[in-house]
Structure formats: C-alpha cells, structure tokens
Design a protein around this ligand. Sequence first.
Ligand code: 15L
Length: 268
Amino acid sequence: MLLTGGGGVLGRWLRPRLIERYGKLRSSDIVDPAPKLKNETLSIVDLADARAVDRLVAGAGRIIHFGGISHEDSFENINASNITGTYNVFEAARRHGAGPIVYASSNHATGFYTRDEHIDGTAGHRPDSLYGVSKAFGESLASFFVDKYGMDIACLRIGTAAPEPHDPRHLSTWQSYPDLLRMIEACFAAKKLGFTVLYGVSANKRLWWSNAHAPHVAYKPQDSAEPAAAKFFAKGDKRDPEDPAVKYQGGPFVSDGLLKAPKKAAKK
Ligand code: 15L
C-alpha cells in the first residue's frame, strides 16, 4: 500500500492504523514524514516530479493519494502539487498496474452549492476556490483513467476531517478520523470501484450530502457532529444566512477573496 501525503495531519493519523490493517506501507511526502513506523518505508517526493513519482509508485498495490495542497494557494503552487501531482500519481499507477486508488478530493469541488441544496457524488462541480478547481480536475482525471484504462478510483469529497467539530458549519461537514478510515476501508473492500465519488462525512444530523447513490461501497459511519450543536447554539443561531460563508456549503473558502474583483480602469 502507498500513501501520499503521509506527513500531513490526516496521513499521520492514518499511517499506524493502515499498517495495522493492511501490513506494509510506503508513505511519501514533500517534506520528511519521519518518524518511520515499523513495517513502513518513507520517501521524500515532490509529486510534481514525474520521474520521482514513477519510482515511488513502482511495485505498489493499493494507493491512497492524499498528497498535495489542502487549502487555497497561488495557481502556480496548486498547479504543481494538485494538478500535475495528481496526474503523475494516476499515470504512474496506470503504467505500473497499481490500484485501486482512493483519492482525497474535497467538498470544495462543490462549495458553491447552497446549504439548502442536498446533493450526492453525482452533483456537478461548483468549485469555490482554485483549490476546489484542482479537486474537480482530479475527479475528471479519475473519471478519464477509469473509462479509458479500466482503473478503479474512488474520489472522496472530504468535508471537515478533524478530531472534533469546531464551528456550526461542521455540524453538516464533519467527518471523524475513524469514519474517514472506515470510508477508505469500505472503498478497498468494494467488489468493483470503477469511478466512484463519495462525500467524506460522518452520520451527522444536519447533512447536506448523501452517499446513497453508491451502495457498492459499504460505508457505515459511526460518529455524528450533533452532540456539539448545544455548544455552538447555546444562545441560538446568530449567523447571517446571507453571509456567503454561511449561505454556501464551502463556508470560508467561498467568502475568501469573494469581493476582491479587479478594479475597473477609471474613465478618462
Ligand atoms: C478542505 O478541503 C480542507 O483541506 C480542510 O482544511 C477544511 O478546510 C475542509 O476542507 C472544510 O471544508 O472544512
């Protein structure tokens, strides 16, 4: 099994559990993902470097592709890490016959749906950031590699994977770490993944997203964000429903930069 992004917050939580569940693990990151665990090999690889990615993927079976930038950034950086990087991983997997692949997409590929809209993995892209655009690209790329080369790729539109829900939006978007692991396991246990898009989310009461369209992945979330609701709404829900960070599912990724339209040139 290969995990990219092994030095990230999610990667570090997943690594010992993946080793326990699946045995040997190869973990990579652009920075040193040390310390190395038992039954693990570590690699420092820039995903934008196609040759290095080819060496990394050679001999791998299952791949969890969590590497890349996980927030808004310049197009240059997003392009190298998330667009070129994801292409390099999928293309190396094709060349080496590796897979299935579980790919960390993001809810920000669809962040411009409003919170009143209830959607599933068949919903078209409405990215809320260049980061979201890169995840939409990754999903299209996955669809292409599945249709053209018969690969198996699950794209997880992860909501908010965190130890606890931290704000009211998370009552809808939160996915506990154990549920994220359950989702990865369910993807690898599926008879045939083909091209599957799932929302990475726990069994929250205030869900915007459903995975009912993909029963071939037997994901059974065990956690819920709802117990945190009392803490957030002790004095009622004071949020402005017209605030873009509240109105749209992508939250702060939507409002970030929203009003910074280029200034029109002054008329002479
Ligand atoms: C993401 O895709 C980010 O990587 C993460 O940091 C969170 O901001 C999350 O989405 C979210 O939407 O809460």
